[in-house]
Design a protein around this ligand. Sequence first.
Ligand code: DX5
Ligand code: ZN
Length: 226
Amino acid sequence: MSRVERLHIAPSLLSADFGHLTQAAQEAAEGGADWLHFDVMDGRFVPNITMGPAAVRALRPASQAFFDVHLMIVEPERYVETFVQAGADGVTVQVEACLHLQRTLTQIRRLGAKAGVALNPATPPEMVEYVLDDLDLILVMTVNPGFGGQEFLPGMLAKIAKVRDMVARVAHPIHIEVDGGIAAETAGAVTRAGANVLVAGTAVFQHPQGVAAGIRALQRAAHGEE
Ligand code: DX5
Ligand code: ZN
């Protein structure tokens, strides 16, 4: 485990019913998720187009959760301020989309939000080694970004462990988040490798027994209970 020991489940709205996002956010909170994950896609960094700051703004009054905004967009620095003003508590940028990563992370923190960096599956953890002082979260993508419902890439477990060893050397707490293919079958392995924030879309919003059951199953698996 990283020194941020507490487990957070971050349901991804991407797999929720877009006609009832407020209800989805409320069900996630009632089910015990204290984070909510927004997957922002621009049709350029990834092929898909999803939601923008208006969705964050619309849900803000309906939720006390930590709004975890994952920008899968090119030139994310152009939109960071808008997302924080809309209600983002944390903004995560893809390292592959940032020409001046340290500057963008500083920009996010100056706006009062937590700064995160996401790494695509092929991106080595060393990409963030020299900006650890400037970030609050490292997101290890466990699928290639763009779509929900993809299969977990087991090769990412070694990367999570490497990130855990890197963050253990810095003085401030850094969350290790995983995103993609996280379900009861994979939650235990990622937590053992060092992750403490589990993003899950399908496993929460498409769970046959409902949102709360999906969150509970993830929590139990993450704690090694099944
Ligand atoms: C992938 C997104 C994920 C995705 C996860 O590009 O960043 O957040 O919604 O979905 P599941 O949990 O279904 O793999
Ligand atoms: Zn995401």
